[in-house]
Design a protein around this ligand. Structure first.
Ligand SMILES: [Zn+2]
Ligand SMILES: [Zn+2]
Length: 854
């Protein structure tokens, strides 16, 4: 009897040996193809939950498999360590966010190691390390230098009771209340930093170089929105002559713009509002602050607004037009101001009707009778009352390349239209020539707001000088260290604002007294470049860097980049996965990388639910803790169940009995391998033995084929099912003399190799006990021979009432059902069966089918 399998003993032993021997250190090796496998790094919440395991274990299994197939595999791990939870925990438990975060990281490192994954810990990155965020700040400066970072007034959610700005996830419910005190939140305007991701909108809509799930591609396309072409036109205010740039897709309707609408948060509202309108305007602004953007934009909501008493000048005809505010215009969209053309836009039409504003006609259908419109006309037509352009045909929202003879006929307009004689294009060119506007393109995508009024993040490396204005921190002064002695309890302002030692700084330009930016960066900024940071460990540590530095070791980067296989949750479809693509494209344009996309292939795993089928949560009491499971069953069992119990992309409810099934499977493998390890070889003996060996090899090669195909397609559940079937087959076969042949040893060896990626500990232990050299994880994945995997072909005879009438060829393992169906389909038996529909079919396995009538 072999000793018992005790995973709690063998697993830590192997984990230590792997670490000590540097088994998973990824080193450049030009003799092998490289494979950069990346799984999303965790936030250090302090506890590795089953969702982390579910994401990481199959990723590890596949990375191990690629390694066995001859690839030089890099599989790194790190921590996304800045962010709000650390601050909240600190406020709750009166412990410093830094202390809280690093203690959690320490704990999670241990938990991650218990998984037995092939992470290369030498490359670990922690985004709150100054050596890491120095480069995050470096990226900020590079984007600023490239004209891709700018500051603008923008609203944030604010809780008047807690006196603090809130992150999106801290605003709860349809009534938008504060997560902490239930007070209804309001909007407040702050000067904030944005990245010009919209500059790459067109390219970000192109997925031709990516092998990504269709669902993620669709979500990103929808997030970015369709390209809409038009013009940016500058209106000016009558009082104060402030420029009000407006984007319009219909510059051909400019002569019909009879009022302007600003977002209630627009910075000019307070200044432009006349004293007699002030009370009403302020009440309206107050009310709009309370509404969520999504409600304000809802199409079916009645549009409301207030005249602020001020006027703008329509640049094309010099007309005074009233300025209104309305909550359906958002500050975050474009410039926060729109021109309203009631005759050409139904929403503007209804607004004009409701408030008694003029509705002159400027684009009319061909057969217009000259009467006032009863609703807006948005289609192609003829420009009227439009100064030098009256009489021009216009194609409305169509693009020139879409303009067909059929459309021309439908609208009664010329078929031959060009940018010279078509109204919308001609007006744009005219605006450009007069300096009143320019051609512009817009998307639904907004620029990326990266300012956070929070403590636990990377400080934005900018300085404001009363003399020089905004001045970037010089590159060689990075990092701008986050001070530790900060009061981070909520005050309504960025905590760094109250740290005089941090805030006050000498202006790098004039040497005078200046102030640092006190907001910190969105943590999505840290994760936009972390795949590069893994090539970076200790790269130029401590040395000052300039604008021409490279944020990773260039030799490492040349070899490993870009990421070949990325894995992670679908919840990152739009933000993280879009931001990191933006970063990579900007890096390419800075000459830092030569490729266009950061992660070539992506796979999204599903979600593990509680045993009750509900989302796991402490309050429901359905949380499955991986630490407990590892203690009870060992990591290999947990790994195996997470891959066998679910289709990876789907997930599903946890099952305790399912875990036991994997435990039994591994016990059976353990006993089978050890109990047949030392049997004497007696060799093949006679033809029956030969057939048995042939059968054993067939099963082995079929299993290799199945496991290989399943690994390729991320079908871990069916891969493990194939290993179980093979094991069951071997358990039966061990009762036969085949157990004494070299083929048996080969079959067992193959089983262990196939198990190695999914069950790294037990396979390593058995490998060693069978006397093979360390390590199983440095062996090649088994090959399958199509010849040996093919089924033996046999001849089956078909009888009708006991008399031989036909025969057919079939694989030896044909099922009874299939054999009977094939027999009935034989051409030779038709005439013997005649009209008989009542008969019995008897199958003698591997030999004959007898059809008995009557
Ligand atoms: Zn509150
Ligand atoms: Zn200065």
């Amino acid at each position: 009897m072999p000793d018992k399998w005790i995973p709690q003993e063998i697993e830590p032993k192997w984990q230590q040996r792997w670490e000590a021997s540097g088994l998973y250190r990824a080193r450049i090796d030009h003799s092998r193809p490289k494979h950069y496998a990346l799984t999303m790094y965790p936030y250090p919440s302090g506890d590795l939950h089953i969702g982390h395991w579910y994401a990481m274990v199959p990723s590890d299994t596949r990375a191990r498999w690629m390694r066995m197939r001859g690839y030089n595999v890099l599989f790194p791990m790190g921590f996304d360590a800045f962010g709000l939870p650390a601050e909240n925990a600190a406020i709750k438990h009166k412990i410093h966010p830094k202390q809280w975060t690093y203690a959690n990281i320490e704990r999670m490192r241990k938990q991650l190691r218990s998984m037995g994954a092939m992470f290369d810990w030498e490359r670990e990155c922690v985004t709150c390390d100054p050596e890491y965020y120095r480069w995050t700040q470096w990226f900020f400066l590079k984007l600023y230098d490239a004209g891709l970072a700018y500051k603008k007034l923008s609203p944030v959610d604010f809780c008047p009771t807690c006196n603090t700005t809130l992150a999106r996830e801290q605003v709860w419910g349809e009534d938008r209340h504060c997560e902490r005190c239930n007070t209804l939140v309001v909007k407040r305007n702050l000067e904030q930093w944005f990245f010009r991701i919209t500059a790459y909108a067109e390219e970000l809509r192109d997925f031709s170089k990516l092998d990504w799930p269709e669902r993620v591609v669709a979500m990103q396309r929808n997030w970015i929105g369709e390209r809409s072409e038009g013009a940016e036109v500058i209106f000016r205010t009558e009082q104060g002559d402030h420029p009000l740039p407006v984007f319009t897709t219909r510059p051909d309707t400019l002569w019909g713009a009879t009022f302007m609408v600003l977002a209630p948060e627009h910075p000019l509202v307070a200044e432009l509002t006349t004293p007699e309108r002030r009370a009403e305007v302020e009440a309206y602004v107050e009310q709009a602050r309370r509404l969520a953007d999504i409600m304000r934009e809802a199409a079916d909501r009645e549009k409301t607004g207030v005249f602020i008493g001020a006027y703008a000048i329509n640049p094309v005809n010099g007309q005074r037009i009233p300025i209104w505010i309305a909550d359906y215009v958002l500050m975050t969209y474009g410039t926060g101001a729109i021109m309203a053309v009631p005759c050409g836009d139904q929403r503007d039409f209804e607004f004009a009707q409701k408030y008694g504003l003029p509705i002159p006609v400027v684009v009319a259908p061909r057969d217009w009778d000259g009467q006032p419109f009863s609703q807006a006309y948005e289609g192609p037509g003829i420009m009227v009352n439009s100064g030098p352009f009256s009489g021009f045909p216009t194609i409305g929202k169509y693009r020139l390349e879409e303009w067909t003879p059929e459309l021309a006929q439908q609208y009664g307009l010329p078929a031959q239209l060009t940018s010279q004689n078509e109204g919308r294009h001609a007006v744009t060119r005219w605006l450009e020539s007069k300096g009143l506007g320019k051609f512009a393109v817009a998307y639904k995508l907004r620029d990326w707001l990266i300012s956070r009024q929070r403590y636990w993040g990377a400080p934005i490396p900018m300085i404001t000088c009363p003399k020089c204005g905004i001045v970037p921190v010089p590159y060689h002064d990075l990092p701008v260290l986050l001070p530790e002695d900060v009061e981070f309890m909520p005050t309504g302002e960025s905590p760094l604002k109250f740290h005089a030692g941090f805030r006050r700084v000498q202006c790098p330009r004039c040497g005078g007294e200046a102030e640092r930016e006190t907001d910190t960066m969105d943590t999505f900024m840290c994760s936009s470049w972390y795949q590069y940071a893994y090539m970076h460990k200790n790269w130029r540590a401590g040395e000052p860097v300039g604008p021409d530095a490279i944020p990773f070791d260039p030799v490492e980067g040349d070899y490993w980049l870009p990421v070949d296989q990325y894995t992670g949750g679908i919840e990152h479809a739009t933000m993280h996965l879009l931001y990191t693509r933006f970063f990579t494209k900007a890096m390419r344009d800075m000459g830092l990388v030569k490729f266009d996309e950061p992660m070539l292939r992506l796979f999204n795993q599903g979600l593990i639910l509680g045993e009750d089928g509900e989302k796991m949560s402490k309050s429901r009491g359905n949380v499955v803790a991986p630490d407990d499971l590892v203690q009870q069953y060992g990591a290999d069992v947990v790994r195996g169940y997470l891959m066998f119990g679910f289709r990876w992309e789907q997930g599903g409810p946890w099952s305790s009995t399912g875990v036991l099934g994997i435990q039994r499977f591994l016990e059976r493998v353990w006993n089978l391998v050890l109990e047949t390890a030392d049997l004497p070889l007696t060799g093949p003996d006679g033809s029956e033995q030969e057939a048995a060996v042939r059968q054993l090899q067939r099963r082995q090669h079929q299993t290799v084929r199945k496991a290989t195909q399943d690994m390729e397609s991320f079908s871990f559940n069916t891969m493990i099912a194939a290993l179980m079937e093979f094991t069951n087959y071997l358990i039966k076969a061990r009762e036969t003399p085949v157990v004494h042949t070299p083929a048996w040893k080969e079959a067992i060896r193959t089983l262990l190799l196939l198990m190695a990626p999914a069950f790294p500990h037990i396979s390593e232990e058995l490998w060693e006990r069978l006397g093979y050299a360390y390590s199983i994880h440095q062996q090649a994945w088994p090959e399958w021979d199509p010849e040996l995997a093919s089924e033996e072909i046999i001849t089956i005879v078909v009888q009708v009432n006991g008399k031989l009438r036909d025969r057919f060829q079939a694989p030896a393992d044909i099922s009874e059902e299939e054999a009977k169906a094939r027999a009935l389909a034989c051409a030779g038996i038709k005439k013997y069966l005649g009209d008989q529909t009542q008969f019995k079919a008897i199958y003698v396995p591997g030999r004959l089918v007898n059809l008995v009538t009557g």
